[in-house]
Design a binder for this molecule. Structure first.
Ligand code: C2O
Length: 570
């Protein structure tokens, strides 16, 4: 691809970026043949699909399967049951999801007329992502061997860089959404970016949010959407403004951090009215892009500067907090009242020694930055057998793994602003360690987890994603979680149900889930730096008492060992 005056080799699916949307109906069986023509080891993960009794298809390298090697094929088969709305798929090897991703749209069995909101005239995926000129596999390797930041070159909406000027002063193409006055559009918004949380606005228009993470929410009207990496938002937009052209702006928002911050990559799409067609001419609202362009040119109006929205400040984290707090389940949520296991998970950064165990504390030249959950950084398993296979066949290696601690080793003032770092040298990092940590849950156990963010993460986003289960978001808040007063804030009536929970900056989020899907499930931060640096763990859910609550054997033609242990890197 050539963008920003440079030709870059980009790994994509079926020649498209974003990759093809998979559109299915609730209850469908889905079969996807993956033919790996890339030079990388790849897996594909179906982000948010519950994979009920089907952990084998979850697509996490060395956790649920061996990766698909170059020139190998693998067929994923799964069902989509009990979920409606927008999910997505992406490669689950470090960094490559930046260009290997697409929408996974699940429509109701009885068609669009059974949506619990006004039937839209048209549905449009809006994928926010980033564009990299750097070799992604190389960026991932650098990241895993130390503290080397790499940044994307631009943000994109549906693959378009939008108004970013290249070396000869020419703007990159905008994504254009053609609309017909009076029609309603269902935007299926996905944040596929590696790092940035985004604010999305359309000048002159409001959104009515109706879904998040393929779960219906009570209609919530807002002029700004906040979406973290891994999250999806379904929102209705009515083309009810005076016909014209309006910018759709995606702004990456970042917590305040002086100077050392990543560049700002705002991207602009355009919502463009066709002002010549009455609804009778085009009942479905499906005017071809080409037709509209020609008409606009005839009228000489295509050069008009679109109306721009006023965006939140780039360091505004409060708007995101309120956006997420305003989401409630459309229906009453079944919140399990009895809690069997409690985990208090502190998300942080730590350091380990580069050579052996004898670093002097504070010697930054000797230490490597890692990301942690309860002070452990996840060590990716290597070898011949993915954890799921070891678990299923009782081959022992899983039993020997360390247990993820259910609280941090040391309590401190997690969100003390005095601990906010001002550059790597001054970071106050806990000495920590790497291990393949797992946590076992009895089938059916109700687990309550509090994710606590820390001051050293100020500036980063913490969208925590659990595979194979949805999480009920009970409450969130700023500062340190304090059970004595914060439990009273739990919403036990209509809390939202999500697969990715954005932990507030300098704050916490409390969730519950029922560990009832047997298998080996990854839980991790969807902010790619954190994931690559180890902010992850594995949850093992034991089989239930019956065949219908136990993990079946692996599918035929499961990928096999490739003869070397470096399976994980792309
Ligand atoms: Cu969308 Cu484990 O990831």
């Amino acid at each position: 691809m050539t963008h920003l005056c440079k030709e870059t080799l980009v790994t994509v699916v079926n020649g498209q970026l974003p990759g093809p949307a998979i559109e299915v109906t609730e209850g469908d069986s889905v079969t996807v043949h993956v033919v790996n023509k890339s030079p990388y080891n790849i897996t594909i993960h179906w982000h948010g699909v519950k994979q009920w009794l089907n952990c084998w298809a979850d697509g996490v390298p060395m956790i649920t399967q061996l990766p698909i090697q170059p020139n190998q094929n693998f067929t994923y088969r799964f069902n989509v049951i009990g979920q409606e709305g927008t999910l997505w798929w992406h490669a689950h090897v470090p960094f490559l999801r930046a260009s290997l991703h697409g929408a996974l749209i699940i429509r109701p069995r009885n068609g669009a007329s059974s949506y619990p909101f006004p039937k839209p005239d048209r549905e449009v995926p809006i994928i926010i992502a980033d564009y990299w000129q750097l070799d992604l596999a190389q960026a991932a390797r650098r990241m895993m061997h130390g503290f080397l930041f790499s940044f994307a070159n631009a943000s994109t909406i549906n693959g378009k860089l939008g108004d970013i000027f290249n070396c000869s002063g020419v703007p990159e193409d905008n994504y254009v959404l053609d609309v017909v006055p009076g029609k309603t559009y269902l935007l299926r918004i996905i944040n596929a970016a590696l790092f940035a949380e985004f604010y999305l606005k359309i000048a002159g228009h409001k959104f009515t949010v109706v879904g998040a993470d393929a779960s219906y929410v009570s209609p919530y009207t807002t002029d700004v959407i906040a979406i973290a990496p891994g999250e999806t938002v379904d929102a209705l937009v009515v083309a009810d403004a005076p016909p014209g052209r309006y910018y759709m702006v995606a702004l990456p928002n970042q917590a305040p951090l002086p100077d050392t911050q990543t560049p700002e990559y705002t991207t602009r799409g355009i919502m463009q009215y066709s002002n010549t067609h009455s609804s009778a001419d085009d009942p479905a609202g499906l005017i071809s892009d080409r037709g509209v362009e020609e008409e606009e040119e005839d009228k000489g109006s295509s050069g008009d500067v679109p109306v721009a929205p006023e965006m939140p400040d780039i360091h505004d984290t409060i708007t995101s907090y309120y956006f997420h707090s305003n989401l409630t389940n459309l229906y009453q949520t079944v919140v399990p009242q009895r809690v069997d296991e409690r985990l208090f998970i502190v998300l942080s950064l730590g350091s380990i020694c580069q050579h052996g165990q004898s670093c002097r504390r504070g010697d930054h030249n000797e230490t490597i930055l890692i990301a942690t959950m309860n002070n452990v950084s996840f060590q990716d398993p290597t070898g011949k057998t993915p954890l799921l296979e070891a678990h299923y066949y009782h081959t022992g290696s899983v039993d020997l793994m360390q247990e993820l601690p259910d609280r941090p080793p040391r309590a401190f003032n997690f969100t003390d602003e005095a601990l906010i770092p001002y550059g790597p040298k001054e970071m106050r990092l806990e000495p920590s360690y790497k291990a393949t940590v797992v946590r076992r849950f009895r089938h059916g156990a109700v687990v309550e987890m509090v994710f606590q963010s820390t001051a050293v993460l100020q500036g980063d986003s913490n969208p925590m994603h659990l595979h194979g289960h949805n999480m009920i978001l009970l409450a969130q808040g700023f500062g340190n979680f304090d059970a004595a007063k914060d439990v009273a804030k739990y919403n036990l009536v209509n809390p939202p149900v999500k697969n990715t929970i954005l932990v507030p900056n300098l704050g916490w989020a409390a969730i519950r889930f029922v560990a009832n899907n047997p298998g080996v499930w990854f839980i991790h931060c969807h902010y790619e730096f954190h994931l690559t640096m180890g902010m992850a763990a594995v949850f093992i859910v034991e089989d239930g008492p019956t065949v219908d609550t136990s993990l079946p054997p692996p599918p035929a033609h499961f990928p096999t060992y490739c003869g070397h242990d470096d399976n994980l890197l792309p």
